[in-house]
Design a protein around this ligand. Structure first.
Ligand SMILES: *Cc1c(COP(=O)(O)O)cnc(C)c1O
Length: 231
């Protein structure tokens, strides 16, 4: 055998090992913050990765995944769902109104509700399809012009409107701190908005900062690179 030659089996060993390592880090962070690890969901971010890379995680029993593009999810996930029961798929990327119909059909959680046009289209499609994916409001805590999410100043009124005017099943908030900032400030800020609105779900923390996010109350951490390596 060629030294260092990789077989499928090696790859499988690697990704399940990293899955267990990430789960152990989550459990340790939960314990340090006096929280129950059962209250924290690992969303395995599979964007850009083909089904062959995802399958070992499914085989290992993992069921919660995140994709950032509706079209990519549409090609990858319906076949995987037919093979594996109980998959829960999160949309974590920006949602365009012309993709809302497909998104409602495909996803169990839409983490990126961030403007009235999208909220209105979601409400319309959900009643059309009689399917109500859980909605999270994305907040642009760093007020970055290139980033999606409702601005902090508009967050309270937008959350209210999503719940009471559009009657979306809003369960929580999602945020992505600016890369160059101290994430703790953003995590605390997002947590405070969620508390104010009595929202139980907080999707925050990625590969480089998910342990810290757990200290600040994250219920969902979105992890790609730490599981699959760099894209
Ligand atoms: C890609 C992505 C992630 C995962 O990022 P990693 O650094 O690879 O863990 C999390 N959240 C969102 C919104 C993403 O687009």
């Amino acid at each position: 055998m060629v030294p260092n030659a990789k077989t499928d089996e090696d790859d499988e060993g690697t990704v399940t090992d990293t899955l267990h390592r990430v789960q152990a880090t989550i459990a340790a962070a939960a314990q340090e913050s006096g929280r129950n690890a059962g209250g924290i969901t690992l969303v395995a971010v599979t964007k850009t990765h083909p089904p062959a890379r995802i399958r070992p995680l499914l085989e290992a029993g993992h069921r919660v995944f995140g994709e950032n593009r509706v079209q990519e999810a549409q090609t990858k996930w319906p076949p995987l769902r037919r093979e594996y029961g109980g998959v829960c798929l999160h949309l974590i990327g920006p949602l365009q109104t012309n993709k809302v119909r497909l998104a409602v059909a495909l996803f169990d959680v839409v983490e990126t509700v961030d403007r009235p046009a999208v909220a209105e289209a979601l409400a319309h499609e959900m009643s059309q399809q009689a399917r109500w994916p859980v909605c999270l409001i994305q907040v642009n805590t760093g007020e970055e012009p290139q980033k999606a999410g409702v601005l902090p100043a508009d967050a309270d009124s937008f959350i209210q409107a999503c719940r009471h005017d559009w009657r979306l099943p809003v369960k929580g908030l999602m945020g992505i701190p600016p890369f160059e900032d101290e994430p703790a400030l953003h995590f605390a800020f997002l947590r405070d908005i969620a508390l104010r609105h009595d929202l139980p779900v907080l999707s925050m923390g990625m590969s480089h900062d998910f342990a810290l996010a757990i200290h600040f109350g994250a219920t969902h951490v979105r992890v790609g690179t730490a599981l699959f390596g760099s894209r």
